[in-house]
Design a protein around this ligand. Sequence first.
Ligand code: AVI
Length: 332
Amino acid sequence: MTEQNYRLLQEGENIKFKTHQEFANDVLIGLLQSLKWLPSKYIYDTRGSRLFKEIMELPEYYLTRAEIEILKSKKKQIAKEIGDKEFNLIELGCGDGKKTKILLGQFLKNNQRLHFFPIDISEDSIAEFIDSLRGQYPDLRSEGLVSDYFEGLYWLSEQNHRKNVVLFLGSNIGNFTPLKAGVFLSSLWKALNNDDLVLIGFDLRKNTDMMVRAYNDKKGVTAAFNKNLLTRINRELKGNFDLDQFEFYATYDVVEGAIQSYLISKIKQEVFIGELKWLFSLKEKEPIHTESSYKYLTSDIEDMARKNNFEIVDNYFDSNKYFVDSLWKVVK
Ligand code: AVI
């Protein structure tokens, strides 16, 4: 890479210390609960982001293919809804950018004037994405922002001189609990202006086996992805988790409507985390909850939009109705 092609919303040594401290605190809090848990956002270091890219290509992980089908077949309609006023296109969590490029290609073909701001917590993902955009679309005005969603929303609230269109694809919203999703949507609404648009991807409730298979792939990539949390604790917090002593298990919780992912201790064991100066005991078969992936009914989506003062402009489904990209308008 040549020069830095993105902006860090919070900079300097202080922020590195704060992020590290937050990680340490979250791990301590999570492992002290009676049902131990670790926040899934910490899976995404360089290796975790790479494993997620691999997940998106897996035959069992239908979500990405369904959303790509939607974007390819509905890109003209989406572009038309945005209109011909100059706008900011803000993407929360850019992933590998494959899906975004489908829309960008259409907007540029239509000569729509836009400024693109991908926001992601991973500095590597942003740097790589901006590099590939500059190669593919030399005329596109783009600036990557490295920050978490909430910091990104604060930055967004200052950009009120142009129409904003926010992309939150991939059912990333599904990794929030319903409470956190509500807090996120109300912060998003506050950061935006009347008539701004958001396009949100939701994975729909469907055949249970199909959902469970998507999180229990044959190659074991999803298991490695979840275990990356332990690898990261070992490296960054001087832990001594033995990865072979944990079994990955993902199941569908019919009451919550979510895939729940766990790492189950195969044996009774003790784990020491040097930086926390804490020795944790795990019973044989004790689970650590690593991720929730919520699945939605269209009525859930309507409720979420209404409660947070958004109006649904359109729902774009794939041909199997596995997934929906829902286009919402801010009403103020
Ligand atoms: C990023 N997120 C929407 C994925 C999901 O489906 O919950 C993360 C993932 N976890 C396991 N496989 C994919």
